[in-house]
Design a protein. Structure first.
Length: 218
C-alpha cells in the first residue's frame, strides 16, 4: 500500500454530540441523522469512521475543543449562513434544511401564521418563534424554558399549540407521544435554516470532497 493510499484509509474522525437525538447519540439503537450522514461520508471516501463526542449546547466552545484542537476532521453540522464563520474550518454545500414547526392536535386548523391569532401558543425561550409571538398582533403566548416543558403543557391542554424546532418536534411526537400531534413545518426564511459539514482547512482533499460530492452534500 502506498503512503497516499494508507493516509486515505485512515479513520475519518467525526465530532458529534453524544446526546442530541434526533441528530446524534453515542449509545443505543438510535444513532441519529448526523451519524447516518457521517457513515455515508465514510463509505463514499472508503474510510472507517470514528467519533469524538462532545456536547454542543455551546457550539463555539465545542468547536474549539474538537475540530480546532485537531481532535477530529469534520463536524456535522454547522449553520450554512455566510455570517457564521469559523477560522480554520471550511464548509460543504448545504445538505439539509431544518425548520420550526407548529405542533397541535389534528383538528387544529393551520395554513398560515395568521391562524394563530386569538390562540394560546407556547414557545421556547430565546427561539425565533419567541421573538415572533412578542411582535405578532393578537397571538397570546406562554414561554417555556425547555422543549419538554412546552410539550408537556400542550399535553395537559394549557396551550392550544406549540411552536418548536421541527426535528425535535417530530422526534418527540413520534417517540414519546405516539404521534398524537400534527406537526406542520413553517415556511419562511426566519423559520428555516440550512446546515453544512465543516471540515478542517488543512485537509484539502477532504474539504474538496465535502464541497463537491453531491451524495454527501445533498
Amino acid at each position: 500500500m502506498t503512503a497516499a493510499a494508507s493516509a486515505w484509509a485512515a479513520p475519518l474522525r467525526i465530532c458529534a454530540d453524544p446526546d442530541n437525538l434526533p441528530f446524534s447519540k453515542s449509545e443505543g439503537a438510535q444513532r441519529g441523522l448526523y451519524v447516518d450522514a457521517a457513515e455515508l461520508i465514510g463509505r463514499e471516501l472508503k474510510r472507517p469512521v470514528e467519533y469524538v463526542w462532545w456536547q454542543t449546547f455551546n457550539q463555539r466552545r465545542a468547536l474549539r475543543n474538537t475540530i480546532l484542537a485537531n481532535a477530529c476532521d469534520a463536524v456535522i453540522a454547522l449553520p450554512a449562513t455566510a455570517e457564521y464563520k469559523v477560522r480554520g474550518v471550511k464548509k460543504s454545500q448545504p445538505f439539509m434544511e431544518l425548520t420550526y414547526a407548529l405542533v397541535a392536535p389534528p383538528s387544529f386548523r393551520f395554513e398560515s401564521m395568521e391562524d394563530l391569532r386569538g390562540k394560546q401558543v407556547g414557545v421556547q425561550f430565546g427561539t425565533t418563534p419567541h421573538i415572533f409571538v412578542n411582535t405578532a398582533e393578537g397571538v397570546r403566548s406562554t414561554t417555556f424554558r425547555t422543549s419538554d416543558e412546552l410539550l408537556q403543557a400542550l399535553s395537559r391542554g394549557e396551550i392550544e399549540a406549540a411552536l418548536l424546532w421541527g426535528p425535535v418536534a417530530g422526534y418527540e411526537n413520534k417517540s414519546r407521544f405516539d404521534s398524537r400531534w400534527k406537526v406542520t413545518p413553517i415556511a419562511g426564511p426566519d423559520f428555516a435554516s440550512q446546515v453544512v459539514i465543516g471540515v478542517r482547512s488543512d485537509q484539502p482533499n477532504l474539504a474538496a470532497d465535502a464541497k463537491a460530492n453531491k451524495k454527501i452534500a445533498h
